[in-house]
Design a protein around this ligand. Structure first.
Ligand SMILES: Nc1ncnc2c1ncn2[C@@H]1O[C@H](COP(=O)(O)OP(=O)(O)OP(=O)(O)O)[C@@H](O)[C@H]1O
Length: 318
C-alpha cells in the first residue's frame, strides 16, 4: 500500500493494517476496523488509555493473537500467507519481561537470534550490545542488572535477528524520568540505524518528545493519526502571558474580554486564544489594556502540550 508524503511523492508503507478487528472469545471487541499505515524509518507513537487495544494490535501484527477480520501486510506481504518471512522482519519488546535471570546478557541475546533460525553472528550481537550500552555487561547474569539495563536487554533480544520494524510496548512504564530519557536516546539511535519504530505509551510527553507521528487509539478505534508537529499546530491553543508593570487586585470591568483571566497573585494576565482562529484578538486586547491604563512589562506565549490535546480527545481514560 502507498501513501502520499508531504512532498507529494508516493512512499511504500512498511506496515499496512487494513480493516483490522478483534473480538475475543468472551465476546469483547478490542479492535474495531483499524486502518493504519506505518512509514519507513519513522517513530510512530500509538497513544491510548488502558485497555484501548494497543497490545492486541501489536499481538496480531506479531502473530500472537488471531484477528477476527482485516488484513496486515509487512513490506507488502500478508502476515497470514507469509508468516515466517514477515515475522522475521519484526522485533517485539513486550511489556512483560521474560528472561531467565541466571542467563548471561550475551547468551540471552544470541539465544533469541537462534529462535528465528538465523545463523550465529557474534559481530552483529556485539554491535547491538554496544548500541544499547550493554557491551560491558555482556558476561553479567540478568539477575545482577539494574531495571533499566534489563529493559535494554529486552530491546537487544528483540533486535537479535536484525528486524526492520521494532515494536516497543510501553517501553518506559514504571520507569523514572532519567531512565525514560535514556530510553528515548536509545530509540533515536535505533532510528538512525534505519529501524522503523512503533511504540505504545500512556505518556503524552513521550509521544510529543519522540514521535514523528502519533496515532490515538480509544476503545479499539483509531481516532486520529497525525504528524506530531502538525497536530500541535492544528489543535494547539496558545496562551499569552502578560506580566503587569503594577499588580492588580481584580480584573477591571472594561477588560471583560473572553479568554482573559488574572493570575492568582495579580501580577499577570493570561489570555487563552485559538491559533486556528483568523484573528486571535491580541491587537484588540492590547488596545483595551491601553485604554484601561494597564501597563505591561513583558509578554510571552505558551503552546499547549499534546497532553491537553489528548485529554480533549479521549477524555482521560476510556
Ligand atoms: N485474551 C483476552 N480475552 C478477553 N479480553 C481481552 C484479552 N486480552 C485483552 N482483552 C481485552 O481487550 C481490551 C484491550 O486490551 P489491550 O491489552 O489490547 O489494551 P492496551 O491498550 O494494550 O491496554 P494497556 O495500556 O493497559 O496495556 C481490554 O479491555 C482487555 O481487557
Amino acid at each position: 500500500m502507498t501513501h502520499e508524503t508531504p512532498s507529494g511523492a508516493a512512499e511504500t508503507a512498511v506496515l499496512s493494517i487494513d480493516g483490522l478487528s478483534k473480538t475475543y472469545a468472551g465476546g469483547f471487541t478490542a479492535l474495531k476496523s483499524v486502518d493504519l499505515d506505518i512509514r519507513k524509518g519513522e517513530i510512530f507513537a500509538l497513544l491510548g488509555p488502558n485497555g484501548a487495544g494497543k497490545t492486541t494490535l501489536i499481538g496480531i501484527v506479531c502473530g500472537l493473537v488471531n484477528a477476527t477480520a482485516g488484513r496486515v501486510e509487512v513490506f507488502g506481504h500478508d502476515i497470514d500467507g507469509d508468516y515466517r518471512k514477515t515475522r522475521a522482519r519484526i522485533g517485539l519488546v513486550p511489556q512483560e519481561m521474560s528472561i531467565d535471570m541466571f542467563t548471561k546478557v550475551k547468551d540471552a541475546v544470541a539465544y533469541s537470534r537462534g529462535l528465528f533460525g538465523k545463523p550465529a553472528d557474534p559481530g552483529y550481537i556485539e554491535q547491538v550490545l554496544r548500541d544499547l550500552s550493554l557491551w560491558d555487561k555482556r558476561d553479567t547474569q540478568m539477575r545482577a542488572l539494574s531495571g533499566g539495563m534489563k529493559r535494554r536487554v529486552m530491546i537487544a533480544k528483540a533486535l537479535s535477528h536484525d528486524p526492520d520494524i521494532l515494536f516497543l510496548d510501553e517501553p518506559t512504564a514504571g520507569v523514572d524520568v532519567e531512565l525514560r530519557q535514556g530510553m528515548w536516546q536509545v530509540v533515536e539511535k535505533l532510528r538512525q540505524r534505519g529501524k522503523t519504530i512503533i511504540l505504545t505509551t500512556h505518556y503524552i510527553q513521550e509521544a510529543e518528545e519522540m514521535a514523528d507521528r502519533v496515532g490515538v487509539i480509544r476503545q479499539g478505534e483509531i481516532v486520529l493519526v497525525e504528524e506530531t508537529a502538525k497536530l500541535m499546530a492544528k489543535l494547539g491553543r496558545k496562551q499569552l502571558i502578560l506580566q503587569l508593570a503594577e499588580p492588580l487586585m481584580s480584573l477591571p470591568p472594561e477588560l471583560t474580554v473572553e479568554g482573559l483571566t488574572l493570575a492568582p497573585d495579580g501580577d499577570a494576565l493570561h489570555f487563552d486564544y485559538d491559533t486556528k482562529a483568523d484573528r486571535p484578538g491580541i491587537t484588540t486586547l492590547l488596545a483595551s489594556l491601553n485604554a484601561a491604563g494597564v501597563s505591561v512589562r513583558d509578554l510571552e506565549t505558551r503552546q499547549s502540550s499534546l497532553e491537553e490535546i489528548f485529554v480533549d480527545l479521549v477524555g482521560g481514560a476510556s
